[in-house]
Design a protein around this ligand. Sequence first.
Ligand code: PLP
Length: 402
Amino acid sequence: MTTALPNPLQQLTAAQLRQRTSAKWREFPADVLPMWVAEMDVLPAEPVQRALIGAIRAGDTGYAHGTGYAEALRDFASRRWGWEGLAVELTTVVPDVMLGVVEMLRLVTDPGDCVVVNSPVYPPFYAFVRSSGRRVVEAPLNGAHRVDLDALAAAFERAGRSGGRAAYLLCNPHNPTGTVHTATELAAVAALAAEHGVRVVADEIHAPLVLPGADFVPYLSVPGGDDGLSLMSASKGWNLAGLKAAVAVAGPRSAADLARVPEEVSHGVSHLGMIAHTAALRDGGDWLDALLAGLDRNRSRLAELLAEHLPTVGYRPPEATFLAWLDCTALGVDEGPAAEPGLVTLSVGAAAMFLQRAKVAVSAGAAFGSGGAGHIRLNYATSTELLTEGIRRMGRAARELD
Ligand SMILES: Cc1ncc(COP(=O)(O)O)c(C=O)c1O
């Protein structure tokens, strides 16, 4: 991919990044290299900066209004994914993706009902589902990090047996493995969900971050996906998590459900968030291309670094996201007592060891549910220099274990 823009991952030094006040850079002391939470070490895309600075200068800091974000998303989906099916009238803005997930689950399930997830998966899928009074049922991914239809069918059956209505919270692309579900896989999922009367809610926040070699397929675009609900956002793709906004999108057969979202939900959206996300989707395509080229390079560089410094660690390069799911079981670090899935923690297993001995913060796999123990999740959305520094430090720590 040729691009006129410089690699956004190579523009900031560690000293500049340490000035930041966000979670990634402030959770740990300054001698810890943070490679955990999903923030990227980038400056905002120029069109995003321009839109935000313009809004601040003009005092355009009131309440969010209108469908501009959804229109920008519709046009982006058409340009990037060739998807013409996003209907602006079947969207609503939500404060962020996870709150949107909870609202969608409220539409299609009741308290006490079951929500199926593909473990290992983004820890808030457990925590948010549980705190909204629903029960989590796991359908583990297979050894190749792909949806296991037999496991999914078994989970759907279990969810159905417990009575009530059941939902499936799909992560597409999947965090932490970076799996991009194919059209064939998604159509099979839709057929299975229909067979079991399970409603599908798709978290598609990582959709803009599909790397060269894979293609994103929106869940709502596959045959049978038209009664699904999807959450989309520019938050991950352009590093805008602090500028809260996301869009919930209904398939045509979910229109009546989406219409039941309480009005106050849209009141939680940040107007500046909408401005930033809209600018990113409308005019941030070149920046995104430059970012994806940089992430693609880091994805390969990580394989080389691991081969050199942590040769026993398993790494299946992700098809999307800036997250690497690393199998550290061969390091033989004691996991300690089984951790509760959903609690974001760095204090068990290999993650705790790397934090203490290498001063590198990575996420502990146990928080991601079944299949997570013995693993860590590492965020490689940083400069090659910091990525190299992190893996070198981790390699030294692992060698000292011998
Ligand atoms: C799969 C997934 N969903 C949701 C979120 C959080 O999104 P938001 O901040 O919009 O709630 C993340 C953040 O990393 C994520 O990886």
